[in-house]
Design a protein around this ligand. Structure first.
Ligand code: HEM
Length: 497
């Protein structure tokens, strides 16, 4: 018995030692590369620091600690990452030497129907899908999608007008999320839903389940990606299987209905636009999308376009509520350019001050707080060696709040984005949508959504602080959210004037 216990104990010790060795296997890599870095812990790498400071603050802490350095090292659990601070080097990575950094850094391999999503595709597969999808996001196509956005902005306004009439305080994040989901359902899945009035509609429920995912499985897989296959076989998925299947089914159903519908190609949503890219001949030649690729892109638009736009919309409205002088300026511009007409695609292109306010908001709280790349081939840039497979991170938030680039960085000052101020800055100093061939494909659609929603609201209502307002907003440690919410109330402009 004692002997068995001793053997079991020894095996256990050996397993623990092997695990610790595995988790610390790369700890010497930055020493070899001559790159400074915070000391990693045995198993968690630098995760403890991220937890201690929060995901926003931790970027600033080490960006400032290594102030004089072009790069510093970081351990994302066991994975070493080079954090690039120098803006010329950022340009080299995102644009000049893009072919060496073509992939996003990703530790996750998703299962179908999300397997082929643009954000995580690699190398030639990414190039092929991106080149097929890109025309879908051209100005002309986006213009055709604008009617969906206008319709949902009107619904958002009606809901806010109702809340104004009843005198209720409004949490901007929640209401922005509903609007964003309605736009995605409409532009991405061909569905008309009104999540504010009917939060329990099937699409909203399943989409929310997908977006929340299974956080425990996500955390385990982030920590040890090697476990993802085993967990999936045991029935533990990062993204709930049934909800994913529901989304794929919705897409299939719409595609099949439209194939037999005379009105096909007139809805001007994403499915309409990619349906033409699904011919058998096209697939054989590699020029068209497979059905699995269509599923994955529709679902990535849900992921990529939901949280990001909800963040940008809610924070911009919040800042305008806290800065009445800026809000009045936007309203004067909207009145001058749109009058009482619906702020449509063409009109919102002329709203330059609104554009400056949106930029200033996503500078302060970028919906994507960093940009990632993976080095696909060894390269030396400005004296720093980037080995093949090395993950690279560009700390957007820290760069955009660096006082040497943006003086008094915590101040909301849209004038930073006036044409004359913009030209004096480094082109890589403001990266909310990334840069280069792998930048955000949805940028034009995102800005259109934001401008139409904001102009429609501000044409009729004025956001002002309320008793629940906490300003400045304190950011959550783990997500792009305000810890106490973004509370305001709305005043009717017609009455106020
Ligand atoms: C305010 C809103 C948004 C922000 C701030 C944002 C930001 C970003 C950023 C920072 C990236 C990475 C860029 C890079 O690596 O250089 C990205 C990629 C991406 N975004 Fe957005 N995004 C927004 C809205 C959207 C929308 C509405 C869609 C789609 C409908 C979208 C689809 C994508 C996709 C598919 C990628 C991956 C592109 C690729 O890997 O080729 N995004 N976005």
């Amino acid at each position: 018995m004692l002997c068995t216990l001793v053997i079991l104990g020894a095996v256990l010790l050996l397993l623990v030692a092997l695990f610790v060795k595995y988790m610390s296997a790369h700890h010497q890599v930055f020493k070899k590369l001559g790159i400074d870095h915070p000391q990693p812990r045995w198993i968690v790498g630098n995760f403890d620091l991220a937890m201690k400071h929060g995901m926003f603050e931790v970027q600033k802490v080490f960006y400032n600690k290594y102030k004089e350095k072009k790069v510093y090292g970081w351990f994302d659990a066991r994975r070493p990452v080079i954090v690039v601070k120098d803006l010329d080097m950022v340009k080299d990575i995102l644009i000049k030497n893009f072919n060496h950094f073509v992939d996003h850094y990703s530790f996750l391999d998703f299962e179908p129907p999300f397997h082929d999503n643009l954000l995580s595709l690699r190398g030639d597969h990414w190039k092929r899908v991106r080149s097929i999808i890109s025309p879908t996001f051209s100005s002309g196509r986006i213009k055709r999608m604008a009617s969906h956005v206008e319709k949902n902005a009107k619904i958002l306004l009606e809901n806010l007008q109702h809340l104004q009439e009843t005198g209720e305080d409004v949490e901007l994040r929640e209401i922005s999320s509903c609007f964003t989901l309605d736009v995605i359902a409409s532009t991405g899945f061909g569905l008309d839903i009104n999540t504010l009035k009917d939060p329990k509609n099937e699409f909203a429920v399943e989409a929310n389940k997908v977006m929340n995912g299974n956080r425990i499985v996500f955390f385990v897989v982030w920590f040890l990606p090697a476990l993802s296959g085993i967990l999936a076989k045991l029935g533990f998925h990062m993204l709930p299987k049934k909800s994913m299947e529901y989304l794929a089914q919705v897409i299939d159903q719409i595609i099949e209905e439209r194939k037999h519908d005379d009105k096909k190609n007139k809805v001007n949503d994403f499915i309409d636009l990619v349906m033409n890219a699904e011919t058998e001949a096209g697939q054989a030649s590699g020029k068209d999308l497979t059905r699995s690729e269509i599923h994955s892109q529709a679902i990535i638009f849900l992921f990529a376009g939901f949280d990001t736009i909800a963040t940008a919309l809610s924070f911009t409205l919040f800042h305008l509520a806290m800065h009445p002088e800026c809000c009045e300026k936007v309203q004067a511009e909207v009145d001058a350019k749109c009058g009482k007409d619906i702020p449509d695609y063409d009109k919102v292109q002329t709203l330059t001050y609104l554009d400056m306010c949106i930029n200033e908001s996503i500078r302060l709280t970028p919906p994507g707080i960093f940009i990632s790349r993976q080095c696909v081939e060894d390269i030396q840039i400005q004296g720093v060696h980037f080995p093949k497979d090395m993950a690279v991170i560009i700390p957007t938030y820290a760069i955009q709040t660096d006082p040497e680039i943006f003086p008094e960085p915590e101040k909301f000052d849209p004038e930073r984005f006036s044409p004359e101020n913009k030209v004096n800055r480094h082109p890589m100093a403001f990266l909310p949508f990334g840069q280069g061939p792998r930048n955000c494909i949805g940028m034009r659609l995102a800005l259109l959504e934001l401008k139409i929603a904001l102009a429609t609201i501000l044409q009729n209502l004025t956001p002002v602080p309320c008793s629940k307002t906490v300003y400045p907003a304190k950011l959550s440690k783990i997500q792009t959210r305000a810890m106490d919410g973004l509370w305001v109330k709305f005043q009717n402009r017609k009455i106020a004037n």
